[in-house]
Each structure stands twice: as structure tokens, then as C-alpha cells.
Write a protein of this length. Structure first.
Length: 249
């Protein structure tokens, strides 16, 4: 079996006396979506921040392709192949959709900070940006101002920007948050298209989307993992039903 692309090993993050993430271990495999679910305050976004370098762990390890990358900064992890989206959309609203994606692609150019060179002449950046726009389904919106795009399109744009950096791992924090039914369905279809090419961790509250997308589910409560198994096994788990799905065991 192909090795896990990214792994957490007994990962812990404490804020004073509170363990927001408490000895969590998981593996992200190529071609699979690993969803992390749980009630508000369970530690899901903190776990995403630990994997992407936005937070340093108190203890435990983060491995990327088997290499210890614990404590690496977000930019270093990004250059190593970790793409990230956030709960709150993180785009340049005053720029066009195309310019947002091209800037993300340009960050991977060998001479990204050649101040006196014309950025639009960087062929490799343009090609990577075009591919990312197409993958994200935003080719027709390329010339629109990002800030004027719909909420769903802005979420697609954030994923396109992550794709333009050439990641191997996608860490997606609630990409369906705030979406209506039609937008959520488009996002589900986008994630299904991307699935085969990336190792993906998905933090999400939309349970219909989670069960449509995930190959494996990890359930967190109060910073700890209470179950990690296939979607079918999670559905049948009495601890999950009681703690998260609101059903009696």
C-alpha cells in the first residue's frame, strides 16, 4: 500500500490547562478524504492549524512523506506541498479571480520576487493558474472581481489558490460553511473531482456532505478522538450517536 502522505502522531496542543487537541493520531492517504467531525469546540480547527503550521504543537509529531516537520512554519509547509483553506474565506477581494490564482501560482516560481520583471510573463505560473482555475470550475469567472463573487465561488477560489501552489495534501476547514444547497452540491462535486489526486483532510459540519465524501471519519470531542473508522462504522457507533449525532446509544 502507498505510504501515508501526512501523519499526526499523538499530537497535542495545550492552551494553559486546556488541551484543545489531546494525543490525536491520524494518517492522510493519497486518493482519500479523511473527514474530521465533532461538536463545536472539539478541536477540529486546532488540529487543522497544527497540520498546516499555523500553530505549533505542545507535544507529538507531524510527518510529511515520513519526514518530521513538527513546528515548521506555514510558508515552509506550503512550499513542501501542504495546501490549506480556512473557515473564513481568505482572498484578495479587490483583485480578479484570475489575479488571485496567478499570485498563488507565482509564489512557487523560482524567482517569485523579481520586482522588476513582468509577472504576467511567467509562463509556468500562468499555466499552473489556468489548471487550478479549470480544476476549481472557475474558468468562466476568471475576469470577475473576487470580492463581488458569490460566497460559493469565493470558497471555490480559495481552493483554486491552494491548488495553484502545487500541493500533495489539502487541509480544508469547513469549505461548505454558509452555503446554500446548490452551492454545497457544487463544492461536493469539486471535492470528488479532486479526490484522486490529493491526500485530503476535511473538517466539516455538513453531515450529508461528509458521508458523501469521506473514506474515513475521525470523531473528536473535547480535544480527543472518540472514534476513527469507515463512514458505515461511524454511523453505527453508539458513542458517536450519543456525543455528536444526538441519538441515544
Amino acid at each position: 500500500m502507498t505510504d501515508a502522505v501526512m501523519s499526526a502522531r499523538m499530537l497535542t496542543r495545550r492552551f494553559g490547562g486546556l488541551a484543545a487537541v489531546d494525543q490525536v493520531s491520524l494518517d492522510l492517504w493519497p486518493g482519500r478524504i479523511h473527514a474530521v467531525i465533532g461538536p463545536n469546540g472539539a478541536g477540529k480547527s486546532t488540529l487543522a492549524n497544527l497540520l498546516s503550521g499555523d500553530l505549533a504543537p505542545t507535544s507529538g509529531q507531524v510527518l510529511l512523506h515520513g519526514k518530521d516537520v513538527t513546528g515548521w512554519t506555514p510558508d515552509k509547509l506550503s512550499r513542501a506541498g501542504v495546501g490549506r483553506s480556512y473557515q473564513k474565506t481568505n482572498i484578495f477581494g479587490a483583485f480578479s479571480v484570475w489575479e488571485n490564482v496567478r499570485l498563488a501560482a507565482q509564489s512557487r516560481a523560482p524567482h517569485a520576487f523579481r520586482w522588476f520583471a513582468r509577472a504576467d510573463r511567467l509562463a509556468s505560473s500562468r499555466e499552473r493558474a489556468e489548471q487550478a482555475l479549470e480544476l476549481a470550475g472557475l474558468t468562466k469567472q476568471r475576469d470577475a472581481m473576487a470580492g463581488a463573487a458569490s460566497h460559493g465561488e469565493q470558497r471555490q477560489l480559495e481552493i483554486a489558490m491552494a491548488l495553484a501552489t502545487g500541493p500533495r495534501v489539502l487541509v480544508l476547514d469547513e469549505p461548505l460553511a454558509g452555503m446554500g444547497m446548490a452551492e454545497a452540491e457544487r463544492m461536493v462535486q469539486l471535492l470528488l473531482r479532486l479526490k484522486c489526486d490529493y491526500a485530503t483532510m476535511l473538517v466539516e459540519h455538513d453531515m450529508d456532505a461528509v458521508f458523501a465524501l469521506a473514506d474515513r471519519l475521525t470523531v473528536m470531542v473535547n480535544g480527543r478522538v472518540i472514534a476513527s473508522a469507515s463512514p458505515a462504522e461511524i454511523r453505527a457507533d453508539s458513542k458517536v450517536q450519543a456525543a455528536y449525532l444526538g441519538e441515544e446509544p
